[in-house]
Design a protein around this ligand. Structure first.
Ligand code: 4AD
Ligand code: MG
Length: 475
């Protein structure tokens, strides 16, 4: 039977009136005396296949054992459906239970579960319509990103996951060690790599080495940050795409970031329609119980189309600061975090105000104060700001952070001294500036923030299969 097994997504009209065989998990069963309807899903598509069992042909005991979550193999004839929810259905002639599922114990019941509850059973949540949709879309986003860069002639390079460098200088890293931590007087010279090492917070510095040899490269890897931020936008383990390009200035960098985001969103619009329609309807139902002000202004698909049709706004930090300082964000007229002094870092509420209220469109903020940015960003002529760029999106806020890199050896080492970054530890990085340095730029896109925006999910924990956050590392 397995030989002719076909995935549900591949069933088309050409299979009408022919025998096919499918396998999957039961979503729901409606049983009556003469006929039973089983909604079977194999995860290949949001559209479950309706399987019809004529009870004259099947043993009642067998059918009684079929519940939500049971895995089945079924063969039969595909026919046009008279029901209005599906185009076709399978009239079963042969049915095998592959694995039973006890309805009293199976956590995924055929009803709406809250996302919070489903996070508690993250090992089974891909069996739901919502999460299978999200993970299929996540796949398409990843594929589109690789396709975008490949078609442009970029080379994918793998940067190390275990590293001794602290690219961002943020100091929030997970240590990696094989030492027995119960022992006193730990000396990292005795450790596996003879020095302290950590999980990477960014592949950028290594990607720069790649770009200064292969011209246009990108990394796509896991990233680890031990910040204790329990928000709907932070994970302790997330995936980052970091393109790095020789001969690109900040303008080229912004253009690439905008083109890439639009390309990926368009790809999903063109290839994931069924899943998007499902998520759009889900959002509409969820939002019914929210006050008007918390609802999205436009439905999901329209929000995505608007992005692909628009031009992102570009604004300097200083102009953005002035907009925020002169704004009245709410009835009280105040932000939680004050916008009083030039040089402050923008908080999520500021970023969302700029995007959602002021510009009503994605915004790229450039030329940030040098003191709130990393050592490698290129100094501007005013000596106060650097050629940084953050791409801000509705709902998720910062989706991309990037910059033109400091390619001038003297300026770079001066900045490293000012910021206490070790020139000795980064001598390999400085070599690229000593030998054939060139103007170059790059950025980092947080994959989960993009998946969040595209699926409309409110919490970042719901767009990665197995989220890691402070206090949570299950599965
Ligand atoms: O702005 P970040 O920290 O930039 C860098 O790491 C640079 N080295 C990138 C580069 O220029 N090559 O991080 C980049 C993006 C953010 O804009 C955000 O989308 C995402 O990574 N990000 C996170 N996503 C989920 N959870 C977290 N804790 C994140 N921290 C950053
Ligand atoms: Mg950033």
């Amino acid at each position: 039977m397995d030989k002719e097994r076909i995935k549900i997504i591949l069933i088309t009209e050409k299979h009408f009136e022919s025998e096919i065989s499918v396998s999957g998990w039961v979503r729901t069963k409606r049983q009556s005396k003469n006929v039973s309807f089983i909604s079977l899903n194999d995860g290949s598509t949001i559209n479950s296949l309706q399987v019809v069992l004529d009870m004259n042909d099947f043993d009642l005991k067998l059918v009684d054992e079929i519940n939500s979550g049971t895995s089945l193999s079924v063969s039969g004839k595909l026919v046009k459906s008279e029901g209005k929810n599906q185009a076709f259905e399978l009239i079963a002639s042969n049915l095998k239970i592959l694995g039973k599922s006890d309805p009293d114990e199976y956590p995924i019941q055929p009803k709406r579960h809250s996302f919070e509850f489903l996070r508690e059973v993250a090992h089974l949540r891909p069996r739901t319509n919502t999460f299978s949709s999200i993970f299929r879309i996540r796949h398409s986003i990843i594929f589109a990103i690789h396709k975008f860069f490949n078609d442009k002639g970029f080379y994918n390079i793998h940067t190390p996951i275990i590293t001794s460098s602290d690219a961002e200088g943020a100091g929030e890293m997970f240590k990696v060690t094989s030492l027995d931590l119960d022992k006193k007087n730990i000396d990292f010279k005795d450790d596996f790599f003879s020095k302290p090492v950590n999980l990477t917070v960014s592949g950028q510095l290594n990607a720069e080495l790649g770009a200064l040899a292969l011209s246009e490269v990108y990394t796509f890897g896991p990233t680890f940050r031990a910040e204790n931020s329990n928000t709907s936008k932070h994970l302790s383990e997330f995936w980052m795409i970091e393109p790095e390009m020789a001969f690109y200035d900040i303008e080229d960098n912004m253009n690439l970031a905008e083109e890439m985001l639009k390309y990926v969103i368009k790809y999903v619009l063109n290839n994931c329609n069924d899943d998007l329609v499902f998520l759009e309807n889900l959002e509409k139902n969820e939002e019914k119980s929210l006050p008007q002000i918390q609802r999205n202004e436009f439905p999901l698909i329209e929000r995505l189309s608007k992005i692909t049709d628009s031009n992102f706004n570009r604004v300097s930090y200083t102009d953005a600061f002035n907009i925020l300082r002169n704004s009245k964000p709410n009835k009280k007229g105040k932000f939680k975090f004050k916008v009083d002094e030039w040089g402050i870092d923008f908080q999520s509420e500021h970023e969302r105000y700029l995007v959602e209220k002021h510009f009503k469109n994605p915004v790229i903020v450039i030329d940030y104060p040098k003191d709130i940015k990393a050592f490698y960003m290129r100094s501007n002529e005013d000596n106060k700001t650097v050629a940084a760029m953050d791409v801000l999106f509705p709902i998720v806020g910062e989706i991309i952070g990037g910059s033109q890199r400091e390619e001038r050896l003297d300026m770079l080492t001066k900045r490293m001294d000012e910021m206490n970054v070790s020139k000795k530890d980064l001598s390999w990085y400085l070599d690229t500036r000593k030998f054939g340095t060139v103007v170059h730029s790059g950025f980092g896109l947080g994959l989960e923030r993009l998946v969040q925006f595209i699926t409309g999910m409110k919490n970042i924990r719901d767009v990665i299969p197995f989220p890691r956050t402070p206090g949570n590392c299950n599965y």
